[in-house]
Design a protein around this ligand. Structure first.
Ligand SMILES: [Zn+2]
Length: 67
């Protein structure tokens, strides 16, 4: 038995997703709001302070998403 693998060009579409996976990002170049601290915040840091100046209770676990 022989299978035909011919593809109809009109039925093959190459779709390039415009948007990648949704990764929350924030402005680059932000610095910690604590006076005298010029630690540049990560674009993944959703707070106003660097990690060392963030209160512990405000630290959100990264893997806390449940669906
Ligand atoms: Zn800081």
């Amino acid at each position: 038995m022989q299978l035909s693998v011919e593809l109809d060009p009109t039925s093959v579409r190459t779709e390039t997703p415009q948007d990648g996976p949704p990764v929350p990002r924030f402005d680059e170049g932000r610095v910690c709001e604590v006076a005298g601290c010029w630690t540049v915040l990560s674009v993944y840091n959703d707070g106003e302070r660097c990690w060392s100046h963030r209160p512990m209770e405000r630290v959100t676990p990264l893997r806390n998403h449940r669906r």
